[in-house]
Design a protein around this ligand. Structure first.
Ligand SMILES: Nc1nc2c(c(=O)[nH]1)N[C@@H](CN(C=O)c1ccc(C(=O)N[C@@H](CCC(=O)O)C(=O)O)cc1)CN2
Length: 312
């Protein structure tokens, strides 16, 4: 294992191209899907449920449907008003559980207002074998126990990017995950552990966070706080995975101008990290690619076939 440089000399920083890796995953998904359909007549089916009118969620859900359709999936979108009750949402999920043409169900987050408090009950209503978000407690438990689980899309995609840079065996590497969400922080910590890394989960209450992140050979930032991780929080030579997608004001683009940025101050990290995922174009595109991969895997299992390896 190459040891990280200890001096403060400029390090050439590789930008990890998430769009290119996502395209490779989608190509493998397309081939696996075509094989299943040719031999069994089964088309992978994905249902995405959007509640309310959050503009970013509308974009993401639209992109998921477009990808699924382009891959020849049976793709359905259910758009419900923000006033939808927990009972109505769970009734829809249960109907999708019973639908044999649907292999994957995803309820887009965040849910609006009070409904967000019902998030855990909504997730638990999804049949575990159709839970392509990997958030049902059965999948969470299987992932923690090292069994065959549906893995949440963003962490699964981020791990693929890490493997592209460092290979599959992270023995001897120290990984620090900043953020402890069920969607990203906790599952990526499990995946890093499975790959033999030594893992710390840090968060807003961690004492001296910069000192903790400076230990990381692999630093995953999933804080939801724009550019929170500064350049001097990064160990020289580290691989930095920026999971944040934040829209911030960009007055240089005019009075209403905005831009996307991650949870890492990329300009400061450049010349210090060995590799970093850009925002946009890093982890984000992997999220939708891995959703397609999870849907095909679910369809294979429903057909009684073993799930194919897709980019892993
Ligand atoms: N049920 C879920 N809800 C949400 C998830 C999820 O995995 N499951 N993740 C996020 C949103 N998300 C997918 O749902 C998502 C976020 C970002 C991207 C992406 O490709 N981002 C681009 C930039 C896009 C832009 O211009 O805004 C990038 O980073 O290059 C895809 C999917 C929250 N909700």
């Amino acid at each position: 294992m190459a040891s990280a440089p200890s001096s403060s000399a400029e390090i050439p920083t590789q930008r990890i191209d998430g769009r290119a890796v996502a395209e490779a995953v989608v190509a493998a998904v397309g081939a696996a899907s075509a094989r299943l359909t040719a031999e069994t007549g089964i088309r992978p089916g994905l249902a995405v449920v959007l509640v309310g009118e959050d503009p970013a969620s509308q974009v993401y859900v639209g992109a998921k449907g477009k990808r699924a359709t382009a891959l020849g999936f049976h793709s359905v979108q259910h758009t419900l008003p923000a006033s939808t009750s927990e009972i109505e949402l769970i009734a829809l999920v249960e109907a999708l559980n019973r639908d044999p043409e649907i292999h994957g169900i995803l309820v887009q987050f965040p849910l609006p207002g009070r409904l967000d408090e019902a998030r855990a009950r909504v997730i638990e209503a999804i049949a575990p074998e159709k839970d392509v978000d990997g958030l049902h407690p059965l999948n969470v438990g299987r992932l923690a126990a090292g069994g065959e689980a549906m893995v949440p899309c963003t962490p699964a995609g981020a791990m693929l990017l890490i493997r592209r840079v460092l290979g599959p065996d992270l023995s001897g590497r120290e990984a620090v995950v900043v953020g402890r969400s069920n969607l990203v922080g906790k599952p990526i910590a499990q995946l890093l552990l499975q790959a033999q890394a030594t893992v710390t989960i840090a968060h807003s209450r961690t004492a001296d966070l910069p000192a903790v992140t400076r230990r990381a050979d692999i630093l995953v930032a999933a804080t939801g706080r724009p550019e929170m991780v500064r350049g001097d929080w990064i160990k020289p030579g580290a691989v930095v995975i920026d999971v944040g997608i934040n829209r911030v004001a960009a007055p240089e683009k005019g009075p209403d101008g905005t831009r996307l940025c991650g949870d890492v101050a990329t300009a400061e990290a450049t010349g210090r990290a060995a590799a970093i995922t850009p925002v946009p174009g890093g982890v984000g595109p992997m999220t939708i690619a891995m959703l397609m991969a999870n849907t095909v895997k679910a369809a294979y299992r429903a057909a009684g076939w073993p799930a194919p390896p897709l980019g892993e």
